[in-house]
Design a protein. Structure first.
Length: 190
C-alpha cells in the first residue's frame, strides 16, 4: 500500500471509532408531545411605505397544563428566497429586521426563541422592521415548543398547527414627513 492509501485507511478507522463513542443522541432530552397555545394578538400594518419603520407583534399564551420548554417562533417572508434552503443565494431582503424580539435570536436566521412559558402565561414578541421592496407580501409565522425534538404546538381552538399569515401592501411612495421647527425632530404623518 502506498503512504496516501495507508493514511486514508487510518483516518477512516479513526472516524468509525469516534462515531461509536457515546451512544446518546444530542436531542435525547428534547421535549415530545403536543403543547396547546393561543395567538392572542398578531399585528402587522396592512398598508406600509418604503423606508417607514413598522412592527410585527405576536402575543402567544400557553393554554396547556404544562410549561412550554422553549417557545420558538419562525417568521418567513422578511426575505424573498428564490431558491431552496441549500442554495448559496439566500435571496433579497423584503423587510430589514432592525430589531428582533429582545435577546431571542437563534442560530437560524428566521427563528427566535422566547424561552420557557408557564401554563396560563403569555409572552409578546416584537420585530421592528423597515420595508425595502414595494408590492404585496405575506409574512408567515410558525410556533414551536422547542428548537429541537419532535414536540409540536397546536392552536387551542381547533387543534390546527400553531401558525398564521399576515399580508402587507408596501407602496413605493415614502411616508409623508415634516420637521418640527421647535425640536428639529422628524414627524411621520402616516
Amino acid at each position: 500500500m502506498t503512504a496516501n492509501l495507508c493514511a486514508c485507511a487510518a483516518v477512516t478507522a479513526a472516524a468509525v471509532l469516534l462515531g461509536a463513542c457515546g451512544d446518546e443522541r444530542r436531542d435525547a432530552d428534547a421535549p415530545e408531545g403536543t403543547y396547546s397555545v393561543a395567538v392572542v394578538r398578531s399585528t402587522f400594518a396592512a398598508q406600509q411605505h418604503l423606508g417607514a419603520k413598522t412592527a410585527l407583534t405576536l402575543t402567544v399564551r400557553n393554554t396547556g397544563d404544562e410549561a412550554i420548554p422553549d417557545l420558538a417562533v419562525t417568521v418567513r417572508g422578511f426575505t424573498d428566497r428564490s431558491g431552496g434552503p441549500r442554495d448559496a443565494d439566500l435571496g433579497r431582503d423584503v423587510w430589514i429586521v432592525d430589531e428582533g424580539p429582545g435577546a431571542a435570536a437563534t442560530a437560524s436566521q428566521d427563528t427566535w426563541s422566547a424561552g420557557r412559558l408557564a401554563p396560563g402565561r403569555s409572552t409578546t414578541l416584537r420585530w421592528r422592521v423597515t420595508p425595502v421592496v414595494a408590492g404585496s407580501h405575506t409574512v408567515r409565522y410558525e410556533i414551536a415548543p422547542s428548537l429541537t425534538g419532535r414536540a409540536r404546538a397546536q392552536l387551542a381552538q381547533g387543534g390546527r398547527a400553531a401558525s398564521g399569515a399576515l399580508r402587507a401592501r408596501v407602496t413605493n411612495t415614502p411616508a409623508q414627513a415634516s420637521v418640527d421647527p421647535r425640536t428639529g425632530q422628524v414627524r411621520r404623518n402616516e
